[in-house]
Design a protein around this ligand. Structure first.
Ligand code: BMA
Length: 323
């Protein structure tokens, strides 16, 4: 893994004021990422001094230097949701059947739900609906149907930190026929208590390789009397039957080390949420030597970029589980 030399690639100074909601932005982090034609697109999570969270698009020609738009992403139809939506955040983007689907967390009165939106041009966005009926986060769509069904990974919030928010220690595979109604299929991986990934959740959507579905997730190590440490890791799922886990990294592949990852509004956080693979073969499999750009929120304050190759990520996934 190589951190980009101009990191952090986005800070609050890069986000224009968008009055009245966003003035003197506090932080920008946890972006969804996708290639749209020859442009790199990020859907940024931007926070204001009221600690409201908004989604803002940014665009780049090279995947490194981004310009943020001066408008807030508005999902048409979200205003019809019953109940108050406090925040929408942590967008994950997938190209599926020629359209761009965005799955995001929606903080509501009774917990977090997974919302789904769609766009064809990254200018107008349509809200399709709430796709969950339990407290849940970190939903990511597979980029194609498998054996006639849509699949996603998601992470029910089953663990309540004392006095704090809910989290989870199992990533599930779920299936759907319409993208809106989802049924759990099987648990994929559990948190490994005592190790780097005690609590876990999906990162960017999975990528198709000849070896299997390659997936970056985040793991949280809890520390008594100290901040939790958020890291990135990788696993590999069977192509035909993604409920089969072929491999899972022993060590993390990304952890807070730089000062802007260690310090910020939530210290010790690297939270991978976007991944752009540059080269695919004719059948749509990522090439082993393809560069991979991984975008991550750092310390819930700025956006970082790390470079990998597909081969390095697969090797990490196959290095052997913790015994
Ligand atoms: C998680 C999510 C992320 C956040 C992280 C660190 O539970 O809320 O959005 O980046 O915590 O605060």
């Amino acid at each position: 893994m190589k951190r980009d030399s101009i990191n952090p690639i986005l800070t609050r100074a890069d986000i224009p004021s968008i009055p009245p909601a966003l003035i003197d932005v506090t932080s920008v982090f946890n972006p969804g990422a996708i290639k749209f034609g020859d442009k790199y697109k990020l859907i940024l999570r931007v926070q204001s001094r009221s600690r409201e969270t908004f989604l803002v698009m940014a665009e780049s020609d090279d995947g490194v230097n981004f310009k943020a738009e001066d408008k807030i992403v508005d999902f048409k139809g979200i205003e019809k949701v019953a109940g108050r939506v406090f925040h929408i955040y942590d967008a994950r983007v997938s190209k599926l059947e020629g359209r761009y689907y965005i799955m995001f967390a929606m903080d509501m009165e009774d917990g977090c739900q997974l919302g789904l939106g769609v766009t064809d041009d990254f200018k107008s966005f349509e809200f399709l609906g709430i796709t969950s009926n339990e407290d849940i986060r970190n939903g990511v769509l597979f980029p194609e149907k498998i054996n006639g069904k849509y699949y996603r990974m998601d992470r029910p919030n089953k663990a309540r930190h004392s006095g704090g928010p809910t989290s989870g220690s199992t990533i599930w595979l779920s299936e759907s026929t319409d993208l809106l109604n989802w049924e759990p299929v099987a648990p994929l991986i559990n948190g490994r208590f005592h190790y780097w990934d005690e609590y876990i959740g999906s990162g960017p959507p999975p990528v198709k390789t000849r070896e299997g579905w390659l997936h970056i997730y985040h793991g949280v190590a809890g520390h008594f009397g100290s901040a939790n440490i958020y890291q990135g890791g990788v696993m590999l799922l069977d192509l035909e039957n993604p409920s089969i886990v072929k491999g899972r990294c022993r060590c993390n592949i990304l952890e807070p080390r730089e000062i802007w990852e260690l310090a910020g509004q939530v210290p010790n956080v690297t939270f991978p949420s976007g991944m752009i693979v540059e080269e695919f073969d004719e059948q749509g499999f990522a090439l082993p030597d393809s560069p991979v750009k991984v975008y991550y929120g750092a310390a819930d304050t700025v956006v970082g970029l790390a470079h990998f190759t597909i081969r390095e990520l697969i090797e990490a996934a196959m290095e052997g589980d913790i015994p």
